[in-house]
Design a protein around this ligand. Structure first.
Ligand code: ATP
Ligand code: MG
Length: 580
């Protein structure tokens, strides 16, 4: 491949686009890789299209390597498939919906579980047909609430989605591990810096779902990570290390007058001043009442969650812990219906007699003593001991995770970082197979319900993530595997420099390299150098003033090193750099 700048459909910009906030967006637009059409909708220009295809090629090679087979579904889909699984409704405003000329409902596919399930059901019937894994690389449509950062969060974007179909749970685990390995190879080859994060709590089966997150300041996801070991997780999936049970004996429970102590801070200073307890907020037990609704039923349970008073409840963690139950705020009128619950002064001592379920943070271990509500207005109780004065019904991961908390794997302090999701692997189980009635006929003639995994890679997003992670103040810096070409040869000057640059370019192309040559006549060296930095190809060869003395300059865009080399060595040196 030989691209000539004199004819290449490319215009670089000196100014950042007005609507761009993050570096990847600014640079991809300035370097002429993408152009905005509408919010979250972009066109790809020649260089951008090459990078996008390079990412897709790596993904395709690694999917093929694990035996996945490529198919292609339409993006335009009839409503019925998504009606059957309830997602026509569930997707809400995120779904692009449209009608055909007859008034029938259609949608633009946001993801394709339903279609793949249906396709397999149509073709396969016997247990002998399984397992099978199918994938596609295709344009997806989501009317994102906040499209942002150019192609990072688009409303139209390219995704690789694959789906595994297995006869049993062991098969699903195997398919999942194969994908996990493939994703590691994909992101390693692409040169993306990433962490693999548990996306679901251990209660749901360990690694039933993991996200590949690219650390980036501009990322919208936060994740918890250990800098000592490779543990990383979404906040929802973090498991609190359980301290050992307390065996020392505690004083008897004591009820204290605590007027005017509406906050944990006022309570702590009051009991320390008045009663000399010497406690901190972490010694208080804060109790939150919630209503838990079970979807598809009228049942609403009253539930109380106890967490140490120095921590807030993280509602997302609470939701994940109660899933599929949905927590709701316990309102003033709910308190009216539960006179046993004294708002602001709830303590777990009475919950058994009230018949209310009580779940505690894992730090509330047997034998631990707390200052908590005394279930009377204006009163708290001290030395309230777990296992003696109250008996929790279980533990729950609902307290916030903080930087500095202990890593559940190695005990070192955790940090909280920001990242961008680039891939997601998920053991779906039988949800879609149940909806579609996807069975295989077993050896005994009985049907076997198929179990599925779903796996996504943000192909277009990966382009933005690479730009986000690998750039400097001058421009982009593509890893070779995805760069639009291996080498950018710049010819500058009035003599025969452009001619020589073009000859080297042709030689290198003949030797199998992908080459971009700046052969534009009448463009100043300064402009050409700036463009080379902005476009970000890994190797730059400058054929300039030194040519008269038989030297050219070799630059490495990633390291910034520059070296004068003899013209005669130019071809071999560029080839060596490309093969390094
Ligand atoms: P996010 O939380 O970022 O919205 P998601 O959980 O909706 O992602 P999935 O439905 O798992 O993502 O989609 C698979 C992959 O597709 C994601 O890992 C991400 O890389 C990519 N992706 C999702 N939404 C977008 C988007 N709006 N623009 C570009 N890529 C996207
Ligand atoms: Mg999303």
């Amino acid at each position: 491949m030989l691209l000539r700048m004199s004819t290449l459909f490319l215009r670089t910009l000196r100014e950042d686009p007005a609507d761009a906030e993050v570096p990847s967006h600014k640079l991809l637009v300035r370097a002429g890789y993408v152009r905005r059409v509408a919010p979250g909708i972009y066109s790809w220009l020649p260089l951008g299209k090459i990078v996008l295809e390079n990412v897709a090629r790596v993904v395709r090679e690694e999917m093929d390597r694990i035996g996945a087979q490529e198919v292609l579904f339409p993006a335009l889909l009839p409503r019925d498939y998504y009606e059957a699984t309830g997602r026509w409704t569930e997707y809400g405003d995120t779904l692009f919906r449209l009608k055909d000329r007859k008034g029938a409902d259609y949608l633009l596919g946001p993801t394709h579980e339903e279609m793949f399930t249906d396709m397999v059901k149509g073709e396969y019937s016997s247990y002998k047909d399984y397992p099978v894994t199918l994938y596609q690389i295709q344009t997806k449509y989501r009317d994102e609430a906040r499209p942002r950062a150019g192609i990072l969060r688009g409303r139209e974007f390219v995704m690789k989605d694959s789906y595994s179909f297995d006869l049993d749970d062991d098969g699903l685990k195997r398919s999942y591990e194969l994908h996990r390995d493939a994703y590691i190879r994909i992101f390693d080859r692409l040169g993306i810096d990433y962490r693999i994060c548990f996306a679901m709590s251990g209660a749901m089966g360990g690694s039933a779902s993991e996200e590949f997150l690219a650390p980036a300041e501009t990322g919208e996801d936060t994740f918890v990570a250990c800098r000592n070991c490779d543990y990383a997780a979404n906040a929802e999936a973090v498991i609190t290390p359980v301290p050992p049970a307390v065996t020392t004996s505690q004083p008897a429970l004591q009820v204290l007058d605590t007027p005017n102590t509406p906050t944990i801070e006022t309570l702590v200073s009051h009991v320390n001043e008045q009663f000399g307890l010497g406690i901190t907020a972490a010694d208080t037990l804060k109790n939150l009442v919630v209503k838990v609704r079970t979807p598809g039923s009228d049942e609403v349970e009253t539930l109380i969650i106890g967490v140490p008073g120095d921590r807030e409840i993280d509602f997302k963690r609470l939701e994940a812990a109660l899933d599929p139950g949905v927590p709701e705020i316990f309102e003033a009128e709910d308190f009216v219906r539960h006179p046993g619950l004294v708002r602001g002064y709830i303590g777990p001592q009475v919950l058994k007699s009230l018949g209310i379920r009580y779940l505690v943070d894992p730090r509330v271990v047997t034998g631990s003593a707390w200052v908590t509500g005394a279930n009377e207005p204006g009163k708290h109780a001290a030395h309230v001991v777990a296992g003696r004065d109250f008996e929790p019904d279980g533990t729950i991961e609902a307290a916030e995770v903080r930087a500095g908390d202990a890593c559940p794997r190695c005990g070192h302090p955790l940090s909280i970082d920001r990242g961008i999701e680039i891939g997601h692997i998920f053991q779906l189980g039988r949800k879609y197979a149940d909806a579609a009635g996807l069975d295989a006929l077993g050896p005994d003639g009985k049907p076997i319900r198929i179990t599925m995994g779903s796996y996504g890679v943000g192909v277009s997003r990966a382009v933005a993530v690479l730009a986000e992670q690998q750039h400097d103040e001058l421009g982009l810096r593509w890893p070779r595997e995805v760069a639009p070409a291996d080498v950018h040869i710049v010819g500058t000057g009035k003599e025969n420099q452009i001619e020589v640059a073009t000859q080297i370019a042709e030689t290198l192309e003949a030797r199998g390299l992908r080459v971009l040559v700046d052969d534009r006549p009448g463009v100043s060296p300064g402009v050409k150098f700036k463009d080379a930095e902005l476009l970000g190809l890994p190797t730059v060869l400058i054929v300039g003033r030194g040519l008269a003395q038989g030297v050219v300059e070799l630059r490495d865009r990633a390291t910034g090193t520059k070296e004068e080399i003899p013209l005669a060595e130019a071809v071999d040196r560029v080839l060596a750099a490309a093969q390094a």
